[in-house]
Ligand binder design. Structure first.
Ligand code: G3P
Length: 218
């Protein structure tokens, strides 16, 4: 399972990259706004800065909701860097645009997916990645992980090539469960990725090893 970081914060992206576990980055308009990035030139420069840090795919989301507008934005984004994946919302014009972009060799990420039916439509359109939002389903007392499991089953049965990119990850347990259930990729805040490292028995055990070494060696 690939690890993407879900942020537009350059320091966090650098930290994950330095750790050696980063396979890519996803952003969205909310994450860009959170970093105070606005205006077409600044937004493009920021995407380029992200691409210069990471080795893998970088999802950059369109803000148009009509077919022509999505394609216009996609052309500009895709020309920015070969790592760019054009992130397109799960709407009718979005699916149509994904189909066109796929046929023209542009990588896509279909975002805001909440049902297996939507995922099937995105897979039929040929999306490179499909992003089911785990945490936002949990927020509504629906089971986000069940969507990952159901998508993995359908994609295996049907042989769909799109990668399941589990998004809206809120905890280290979400990451572990996504790995167990067959997600191809998770995109997560840095905090949940780093939390995978932690266990108190590791800390206690390490402290004991070091203390015993110190005792024996003075
Ligand atoms: O990038 C889309 C998704 O990961 C957003 O997550 O936490 O805002 O639901 P969240």
């Amino acid at each position: 399972m690939k690890f993407f970081i879900d942020t537009a914060n350059l320091d966090q992206i650098r930290e994950a990259q330095d750790l050696g576990i980063l396979d890519g980055v996803t952003t969205n308009p909310s994450l860009m706004a959170k970093e105070g990035i606005s205006g077409q030139d600044n937004v493009m420069a920021h995407y380029k800065a992200i691409c210069d840090i990471v080795d893998g795919d970088v999802s950059a989301e369109v803000i148009s909701t009509d077919y022509e507008g999505i394609l216009r934005e996609a052309e500009v984004l895709a020309a920015l860097d070969e790592k760019i994946v054009v992130k397109v919302p799960m709407i009718k014009d979005g699916v149509k645009a994904i189909n066109y972009l796929t046929q023209n060799g542009v990588k896509t990420n279909c975002t805001l997916v909440f049902t297996v039916g939507q995922a099937i439509m995105a897979a039929k359109a040929g999306a490179t990645y499909i992003s089911p939002f785990v945490g936002r389903l949990d927020d509504l007392s629906e089971n986000g992980l069940e969507l990952i499991a159901n998508m993995a089953q359908v994609f295996a049965v049907q042989g769909y090539q799109s990668q399941i990119l589990a998004a809206s990850i809120r905890s280290p347990l979400h990451i572990v469960d996504c790995a167990r259930l067959g997600a191809n990729v998770i995109t997560s805040p840095l905090s949940s990725i780093l939390a995978l490292l932690n266990h108190p028995l590791t800390d206690i055990g390490l402290a004991k090893f070091l203390a015993d070494h110190q005792k024996a060696n003075g």
